[in-house]
Design a protein around this ligand. Structure first.
Ligand SMILES: C[S@@+](CC[C@H](N)C(=O)[O-])C[C@H]1O[C@@H](n2cnc3c(N)ncnc32)[C@H](O)[C@@H]1O
Length: 285
């Protein structure tokens, strides 16, 4: 955690109580100059909670582009930047729709978890306790019933589930392009396909081809009008061979020739939002 980040675990606990809730309501209700608001809030609330509250309100406003219930959720700046957008998370959860028990091994603030937990029992893991507390709160905002939380290093756990989803951290300090710079490293993550029946991994759009395991489906995923935001590696899918398509020259900016594949819409799943939140995907090996 960045030591200057005011959104501490103590602040999160405070915002779950009635006084903290009132602070957040007052902080969000005004469009005055931030210094003036802070001065006003400090008359009624502890100074460090005012700083945290204003930071959280600003993140909630930004998060509106990613999450429908952003104004009730908890975030830290980096956790929000790394979080999967809701529509993409729904798409990936759809790909895991026949798994009953899933481990979300690096759950962060819960971007993917919020979609996975709508149709499966999920064990959410993160090494960072503060972020795990955010994911826990966010799962309550989305009224998830079947989620459990564990603060742990992913590598220390036994995988006794149907499927594992991993979104490794790609930016401690600076962005990591290579799989070995991820946390946990991509080689460790890719080995999980020998231990579980399904494995899905989110990787960055700029990861070099040679870092991707050769025997997996690789999918580019984007949303709205953007080109690919990320790739997913999917291992051990039934009929994977049939689902694979070979587009040797395909890149995020140069999609495969068949527009029906490029515009493939997953479904049926009721929670997939309709356009303009349309998920565009194509698969390549
Ligand atoms: C990219 S973020 C996950 C984002 C999440 N999928 C979402 O949509 O909100 C990666 C997370 O992995 C966690 N992490 C990094 N290394 C880890 C490890 N070895 N074990 C468990 N969690 C780890 C970080 O604390 C961070 O919250």
């Amino acid at each position: 955690m960045n030591s200057s980040d005011p959104i501490t675990r103590e602040a999160l606990r405070y915002f779950q109580g009635s006084e903290g809730c009132e602070l957040l309501v007052q902080a969000a209700a005004t469009d005055q100059n931030p210094l003036r608001i802070q001065e006003q809030l400090r008359r009624s609330f502890p100074a460090e909670m005012c700083r945290a509250g204003l930071a959280l309100v600003e993140l909630r406003q930004r998060a509106g582009k990613k999450f429908m219930r952003a104004e009730e959720m908890f975030f830290d700046r980096e956790g929000l930047e790394m979080a999967t957008r809701e529509e993409v998370a729904h798409y990936r959860a759809w790909r895991l729709r026949d798994c009953e028990k899933i481990m979300d091994l690096c759950c962060g603030i819960g971007g993917d978890l919020l979609a996975l937990g709508q149709h499966a029992e999920v064990l959410a893991v993160d090494a960072d306790r503060r972020r795990l507390a955010m994911a826990q709160h966010n799962s309550q905002v989305y009224e998830l019933q079947q989620v459990r939380f564990i603060a742990a290093e992913a590598q220390s756990l036994r995988m006794n589930v149907d499927a594992v989803f991993v979104d490794p951290a790609r930016r401690s300090g600076q962005r990591k392009r290579r799989g070995e710079g991820y946390s946990p490293p991509l080689s460790w993550v890719a080995d999980l396909r020998t231990k579980v029946s399904r494995l899905a991994v989110k990787v960055g759009p700029a990861i070099p081809e040679e870092d991707l395991p050769p025997d997996c489906e690789v999918e580019f995923v984007s949303s709205g009008a953007s080109v690919a935001r990320e790739r997913s590696i999917l291992a051990n899918w039934p009929q994977q061979a049939a689902a694979r398509r070979s587009y040797p020259n395909a890149t995020p900016s140069k999609p495969p020739p068949d527009p029906t594949l490029w515009w493939h819409r997953p479904g049926p799943i009721s929670s997939i939002p309709t356009p303009p939140w349309c998920v565009r995907i194509y698969s390549t090996n």
